[in-house]
Design a protein around this ligand. Structure first.
Ligand code: URA
Length: 242
């Protein structure tokens, strides 16, 4: 059970204070019934909530963005190493969140979490090929041949053929790399296959979502609009347009 104002604020609809106004004004319905008490408690996993007629995505669905610092492994639990779960604030603990994909222990940047298994699988599925963009600092200098190798589908040292990717030099030893798959140590291995050892790596974008101003170690709940942007078009129509 969850309080109505808390549910809507976690879904990113508005701030708690604004929400109380919105709820009092009669804009919110739970399973079609208008609720004007912001403290009303309900089962968010079983009810559909609308604000001004728009569905606040599937009840209970939560997507969270973290700016992951180095030093944490992407796992839900580990006996010895610190995991990204420890960085979730207390109000998001116990919400069944799981990381979407992974970042290496030493990689920083955008890491998403959700409690929606379907959404998670859709985003990590190779069929959907969600683009991920990284900022890298590295040894060596990017050449035209490196860029061409990335664009043409690079062969890694172990014989793996990568999907076409984008390499853009933005300064001496600084590059942006965009890939549409999530193999183990993908960016580090691609750079290393071209003789460029990566010394720092940060994910700055996943699909339509950018890390933006989110501070290192900080977390924010995505708005329903951002969640719909992230999901594929078919799903958009199902969850956002009804
Ligand atoms: N590629 C890497 O090498 N590491 C990451 O964490 C993500 C992509």
């Amino acid at each position: 059970m969850i309080r109505l104002d808390k549910f809507l604020s976690q879904a990113g609809v508005a701030s708690r204070r604004q929400l109380r106004e919105i709820i009092r004004a009669g804009a919110v319905r739970i399973d079609g019934v208008c609720v004007t008490d912001y403290a009303y408690k309900f089962d968010e996993t079983a009810c559909t909530v609308t604000v001004n007629g728009e569905t606040v995505r599937e009840a209970g669905t939560l997507v969270v963005m973290m700016n992951k610092p180095a030093g944490y492994i992407t796992a839900t639990e580990d006996a010895r190493k610190a995991t990204v779960m420890e960085l979730l604030p207390p109000e998001l603990q116990g919400r069944q969140l799981k990381p979407i994909g992974r970042l290496d222990k030493e990689t920083e940047g955008l890491l998403l979490f959700t409690n929606d298994g379907d959404l998670l699988h859709r985003i990590v599925s190779p069929r959907h090929a969600v683009e991920k963009e990284y900022y890298a600092e590295h040894e060596g200098v990017v050449t035209a041949e490196d860029i061409a190798q990335f664009a043409g589908g690079m062969l890694l040292r172990d014989g793996t053929r990568c999907r076409p990717a984008k390499l853009e030099s933005i300064g001496l030893g600084k590059s942006l790399i965009t890939v549409s798959e999530g193999r183990y140590h993908q960016v580090r291995r691609m750079m290393s296959a071209r003789g460029m050892f990566v010394t720092y790596l940060r994910r700055v974008r996943e699909g339509p979502l950018r890390l933006g101003e989110l501070g290192l170690g900080q977390v924010r709940v995505l708005s329903p609009e951002e969640v719909c942007l992230l999901a594929d078009r078919q799903n958009n129509e199902k969850n956002c347009m009804e």
